[in-house]
Design a protein. Structure first.
Length: 599
């Protein structure tokens, strides 16, 4: 028996892709048959059917090709094509899905082309040139198609107009020039200049021990930092603000943030509401982004601009530059390619140590670590704003921004509502902001692992985390940056949830006060007809239930008598159970069963 186990483990280690493919095929087939039986019986398509079909075909392609990546990409393409066809008639989502699907198919075709090339044209080739080129071009395919569908508006309402994306685009252009102009040896491998005349093996592992693409990229990054103020002003079309009232308000905030020198203030007209700080330490600049500069209230200027100037005052852009250089130091130390572009422009050199897929995974891992430090900087800027006396204003401004961006796909930097020509009515603003209030409060009461996991891949902490960090004096920027990891588990989740729960009242008061300040106290009454919040509790009306408020640790068994509408956007509905009032936002309710035991 032991011999069979050893033989099986040996086979798996040498044929793991085939083994995974067989497992996926068998599991996908069984579950597809099961879902199809449900479809035949009830004559309605199961939502899971397409998922398991995707799983089945991913396994089949993996078994046939012995290429797990190709199998997964093929399976996912089935899902994307089906979903794109289903959503094509929707005004915005259909076009976004079409752009995403076309982009994804470019990557799939690149992987398929790589498979054909490696197995039928040049079996010894392992540099993934075709696949890497398709991945590197995918972003520009998505951008081009989206620009075709939506025009300039898509660039303005998405994060593709941010300074980081502009830097990335310019970085790619410069890198192409470097890769094409540096010398190569007789085998076509990229050479570096041994300008220090060092005859040591470690020269290729230390930044600036010689001069190659890594060093050239560092110099380009530093140069771009020094001219970033002028560069981004030109590229993003930042216009100078001359309104003395606004300039005076910004100057006052700058002084409170500890900035003595003059800050240049600009404005970018776009159908979003935001701001950003940019420029080197000797050329500090800040820019408003909105349809109208009047969209910014005094509190917004104190909070949002205070946060952005905190970045400038503490040289966070310079620290980010240092983090980018540190990434290059690590990559050169382990003899990894500088960027994924290496696999397109210098494939033979890039593939000497790691495949493109392997490098992509490693590079993404490094990105996750860097994002952790970025979230620390964001938390530090928030704390500096708090210490300057603008914490309450920043919390309210963050909430307003959450309401403004509330909508499908806003987490990905694209609010589909902003891609249409219609403007929000006052009632819609009330509704979206109320939805944001309820959602933010829910994340404090019952933070989910899903939200925490998503935040690991984001540069900013979630809005609920940011506001709670300013409320909780013990929550420093480091703890705030790690909050998403703590909420995932690892033995720290219970304590992290308890910490968030402990500040729920202060959190609730800030959000409710901000909502009632922007709208009238009776604003919730006019929007309840558009929300299904009440319908959740209709089935309990007049029945015997058990209700448990985990925050106040109170429990009640009795009839669900009625629902009361409060004036609080965070918790709009209260229920009366056996004469006791419960805040339904934080209450678990179940139908009471006489023969069941409850703990």
């Amino acid at each position: 028996m032991l011999d069979y186990i050893i033989e099986f483990v040996t086979w798996i280690s040498t044929n793991y892709e085939l083994g995974i493919g067989i497992f996926m095929t068998i599991l996908g087939l069984l579950l597809t048959i099961s879902e199809y039986r449900v479809y035949s019986k009830f004559e309605s398509r199961s939502d899971n059917l397409i998922f398991w079909l995707m799983f089945l075909f991913a396994g089949l392609i993996t078994v046939i090709s012995r290429d797990l990546v190709l199998g997964i990409l093929f399976g996912l393409s089935i899902y994307l094509v089906v979903e794109t066809k289903k959503m094509w008639d929707t005004p915005v989502w259909g076009k976004l899905m079409a752009a995403s699907c076309a982009t994804y198919l470019v990557i799939l075709l690149g992987r398929f082309g790589q498979f054909i090339y490696d197995n039928f044209i040049n079996e010894e080739n392992t540099n993934d040139f075709i696949f890497a080129t398709s991945v590197n071009s995918a972003f520009f395919v998505f951008l081009g198609i989206s620009f075709y569908f939506f025009g300039k508006k898509f660039i303005l309402v998405s994060k593709f107009s941010s300074p980081q994306i502009v830097y990335l685009f310019l970085f790619g252009i410069v890198y192409v020039f470097i890769a094409q102009t540096f010398p190569r040896d007789t085998n076509g491998l990229l050479l570096s200049y041994n300008y220090l005349n060092l005859d040591v093996a470690w020269r290729k592992n230390i930044l600036f021990a010689d001069f190659g693409t890594f060093e050239a990229l560092v110099i380009v990054m530093v140069m771009m930092y020094f001219i970033s103020g002028w560069l981004l002003t030109k590229l993003l079309g930042v216009k100078e603000i001359t309104d003395e009232k606004i300039l005076a308000k910004v100057d006052l905030v700058a002084k409170h943030m500890g900035i003595k020198e003059k800050v240049k203030v600009g404005y970018v007209r776009a159908p979003i509401l935001n701001a950003f700080a940019y420029g080197p330490w000797f050329d500090k600049r800040v820019a408003f982004i909105s349809n109208d500069i009047e969209d910014f209230t005094d509190d917004d200027i104190k909070g949002i601009i205070g946060h952005e100037l905190a970045h400038a005052a503490n040289h966070h852009v310079l620290i980010l530059l240092g983090l980018s250089i540190a990434e290059l130091i690590i990559k050169k130390a382990f003899e990894l390619p500088a960027t994924t572009l290496d696999y397109t422009f210098t494939p033979d050199t890039a593939a000497s140590n790691v495949t493109f897929v392997g490098y992509y995974i490693i590079s993404y891992g490094l990105t996750i670590i860097i994002l952790l430090f970025v979230r620390m900087l964001e938390g530090h800027a928030d704390k500096c704003t708090l210490e300057a006396g603008y914490g309450n204003e920043l919390s309210k401004a963050l909430f307003r921004l959450e309401g403004f961006y509330n909508g499908v796909a806003s987490d990905f930097g694209i609010s589909v509502n902003l891609l249409t020509d219609r403007k929000y009515s006052l009632e819609e603003k009330k509704r979206f902001t109320a939805k944001a209030a309820k959602g933010l409060y829910g994340e404090i009461l019952k933070p989910t692992r899903r939200s925490a996991f998503a935040n690991v891949f984001q540069s900013h902490p979630r809005t609920s985390y940011r506001i709670s960090s300013m409320i909780d004096e013990e929550m420093n920027p480091i703890k705030g940056a790690f909050l998403s990891y703590r909420l995932l588990g690892f033995g720290f989740r219970k304590k992290a949830v308890k910490k968030l729960n402990s500040i729920h009242n202060k959190f609730k008061n800030i959000i409710d006060e901000s909502y009632n300040q922007d709208y009238e106290e009776k604003a919730l009454e006019s929007i309840m007809q558009f929300n299904s919040w009440r319908e959740v509790y209709d089935e309990y009306m007049g029945t015997k239930v058990i209700a448990f408020d985990a925050i106040e640790e109170k429990c009640e068994v009795g009839n669900f008598d009625r629902i009361i509408l409060s004036n609080n956007a965070t918790s709009p509905l209260h229920g009366v159970i056996n004469g006791v009032e419960f805040n339904l936002a934080r209450t678990i309710i179940k139908n009471f069963d006489e023969i069941e035991q409850y703990i």
